[in-house]
Design a protein around this ligand. Structure first.
Ligand code: ADP
Ligand code: MG
Length: 691
């Protein structure tokens, strides 16, 4: 049975910080590395410069004051011809001095673990780990694990708790032996016992790189728990049911007939996938991934048409006001001529206007566009059939969860508990294994083709010492009738400084570009000011738009052909890719200038090189993942999905694949095993994933 941990309240608190609440958690708290204390060397024989264990008697103890206060002991080991060693402690307690003096007087030996180095007076160990032992005290028979820990929880305390937990906890396997062996997976009990206490001579290299079969089993289990939990949430939402949105498709065809372009093959394929989902009696839970500029908006609009034609409402949410408003204007222009009623709802509307819009959303509008104000409780849709979330990765996890829940609460037949279909869109393409892992609760469609006729954006890396040339290039672009963005340096630590920088940049550029119309847009402007500035830029009344990253997502002004990013070295790769995607949207040759201030750190150089050499968002994401690791990449604090502790999504992609298939099978065939496995791995943490 799985139980709690027996510990004092103070210790229990500290363990909790390590995520250790149940005995199961201790079993899965695996060592970072090992120390080999199973053998004892004579000091005379011990190699220098690597961890060794020796035993010796204290000859002399003194506190010295030069060059600084320190405890120094000399020890002697008679074995192998005899040798002396100096021990040096720069930080020490008075009790340590006493302890070593007592050992000197009693003649009890010290067992020492550390590295021998050449000291001032011959061989020495600085800060060795040591214990006073009885002569001939037995050696441990297994390697000593070193665990991740926190202040106030000693390795010894952890080891003791874990030994007890291994003894008291049910380590039964959830899989039958034949199945396990087919995939080269050890038994669970065998794997955890081995990893907590490997025998002497265990292959330390393979253990620390987590390639050992025992690790393979643990990593598989971990990924499986994640897959099970996400898939189960997916199936639970599916159980709720959704309105069947089957329509002839006349409205969509009308919209397509009005467009100046035809859908790409990829768009047609994805539209078909979505329409097939919408006609099902359970909710679509689909993520549409498509690189910047791949044309996701029209796909979403066609999905909305299907919904509206079937007699239901659609909601379209964007993470920023600027983007939401752009979508509103575009969708209105596309759809109102076809008789569709489009409403706008944002957090910054005045109270009365908002109430009117909420009423409109509740009763009349076919399509409601807005920011996350849409998921606030006061909005009650009459018949919400489809919820679209643009740039979903930009919403905080709370907002995303609210949307999924709201999806349910939002008016669709509260009696039957049905929830609307959901379409998430993201221009942060994530590599396949990462998608399989973190979006296991979504079906994924990919727009892997850009609309034709785009001229690729040319990227230039220019030192800020050559700013004059860049100013000249801006003038030249404007002289040719084009427009430019100028993105201000990012100052992450302080919003106030960020704002100040934006205003200063605008002032400086207004001088440097005297005669041109230079606008400014940043996050602290009032919504209507932002909208007015964006409208003026879209209409060509502003030549150069100085902006913070508020323009990062979605903004679409085809006549803008030059993007300058100041202090590009401060931006993340996906941000740079998104920003660069603001240009190259028209037929004109477009340029993105990355201005950097040297000297560059090694990582900054690596990042800029990636963005310079690649235009494909997937490739950039892959390299970014490689550079940063999945935790940083996905923004784990944001994602709400617990990070994998042991498995590495890149290196262990075969396990991800295997776990995915197995999760599907278990969910259908063996719910008892699912429950046991999730209890073991997630325990109370699973709540997080259910939303
Ligand atoms: P994103 O995927 O980044 O959201 P958008 O939906 O904003 O991309 O589309 C980018 C631009 O490409 C828009 O101006 C849009 O009207 C245009 N576009 C979309 N699909 C096509 C297509 N099939 N052919 C030509 N232009 C298209
Ligand atoms: Mg978009």
């Amino acid at each position: 049975m799985t139980g709690g941990i027996k510990a004092t309240p103070a210790l229990a608190d500290k363990l909790k910080k390590l995520g250790l609440v149940r005995a199961d958690d201790l079993v899965l708290h695996l060592p970072l590395r090992y120390e080999d204390e199973t053998s004892l060397l004579a000091i005379a024989d011990a190699p220098w410069g690597e961890p060794v264990q020796v035993e010796a008697r204290v000859v002399d103890v003194s506190v010295q004051f030069r060059p600084r206060r320190q405890l120094v002991a000399r020890v002697h080991d008679e074995r192998a011809g005899g040798a002396e060693l100096t021990l040096r402690f720069l930080n020490f307690y008075g009790s340590q001095t006493k302890q070593l003096e007592a050992a000197r007087d009693s003649g009890r030996p010290l067992r020492l673990f550390g590295e021998i180095r050449q000291g001032f007076l011959g061989p020495e160990m600085v800060h060795p780990r040591y214990r006073v032992v009885d002569a001939d005290a037995p050696l441990p028979t297994v390697l000593t694990p070193v665990y991740p820990t926190t202040a106030g929880v000693s390795q010894a305390a952890l080891r003791k708790l874990i030994v007890t937990a291994l003894h008291d906890t049910d380590l039964t396997d959830h899989f039958d032996d034949a199945w396990r062996e087919r995939f080269g997976l050890s038994a669970f009990a065998e794997a955890v016992r081995y990893l907590h206490a490997p025998p002497p001579g265990a292959p330390l290299g393979v253990l620390s790189s987590r390639e050992h079969p025992a690790w393979r089993r643990i990593k598989f289990d971990e990924v499986l728990a994640q897959q099970l939990s996400l898939r189960r949430a997916f199936l639970a939402r599916r159980e709720r049911g959704a309105p069947v949105l089957a329509a002839a498709g006349a409205l969509g065809r009308q919209l397509l007939a009005c467009l100046p372009f035809a859908l790409t093959g990829a768009q047609q394929r994805v539209v078909a996938e979505i329409e097939r989902d919408l006609a099902q009696p359970f909710p679509m839970q689909r993520l549409l991934q498509g690189d910047v500029g791949s044309g996701k908006t029209i796909v979403a609009a066609l999905a909305a048409c299907r919904t509206i034609e079937a007699g239901w409402q659609a909601a379209f949410m964007a993470p920023t006001e600027i983007l939401a408003e752009q979508h509103y204007l575009k969708l209105k222009a596309w759809l109102e001529p076809l008789g569709v009623r489009v409403a706008w709802l944002s957090g910054s509307l005045k109270a009365a206007a908002k109430r009117a819009m909420q009423a409109e959303a509740a009763t009349g509008a076919h399509l409601v566009v807005g920011t996350h104000a849409l998921i606030q409780d006061s909005v009650d849709f009459a018949r919400l059939g489809l919820a679209i979330v643009d740039e979903q990765h930009r919403f905080g996890v709370q907002q995303r969860l609210a949307l999924r829940k709201k999806g349910g609460g939002a008016g669709v037949d509260s009696a039957s508990g049905k929830i609307p279909h959901q379409l998430m869109m993201s221009a942060t393409p994530i590599p396949r294994t990462l998608a399989m892992s973190y979006y296991a609760d979504l079906d994924v469609s990919v727009l892997d083709e850009l609309p034709p006729g785009r001229t690729p954006v040319k990227t230039k890396l220019i030192s800020d010492a050559r700013r004059d040339e860049v100013i000249a290039a801006v003038r030249a672009a404007v002289a040719e009738g084009r427009q430019a963005y100028w993105v201000c340096p990012l100052i992450e630590e302080s919003e106030k400084l960020q704002l100040q920088t934006a205003i200063e940049t605008h002032a400086i550029l207004s001088e440097e570009l005297a005669g041109l119309s230079v606008g400014l847009v940043h996050g602290r402007l009032k919504a209507d000011e932002k909208a007015a500035t964006m409208a003026a830029f879209a209409a060509g009344k502003i030549d150069v738009l100085v902006a913070t990253t508020v323009i990062e997502v979605g903004v679409d002004v085809p006549n803008a052909s030059l993007m300058v990013i100041e202090h590009a070295e401060r931006f993340g790769l996906s941000q740079l890719h998104q920003l660069r995607g603001r240009v190259g949207r028209g037929a004109h040759e477009s340029v993105c200038v990355l201005l950097y201030a040297g000297p560059l750190s090694e990582t900054a150089r690596a990042r800029l090189k990636i963005i310079f050499e690649n235009t494909d968002g997937f490739e950039i994401a892959r390299q970014d993942l490689h550079l940063r690791g999945p935790g940083e990449f996905i923004g784990s604090r944001q994602s709400g999905v617990p990070l994998l502790r042991y498995a590495d999504l890149e290196a262990d992609d075969d396990l991800v694949e295997l776990a995915r298939g197995e999760a599907e099978r278990l969910l259908h065939e063996n719910s008892a095993a699912v429950a046991l496995h999730l209890a073991r791995w997630l325990g109370s943490r699973e709540e997080l994933l259910k939303a």
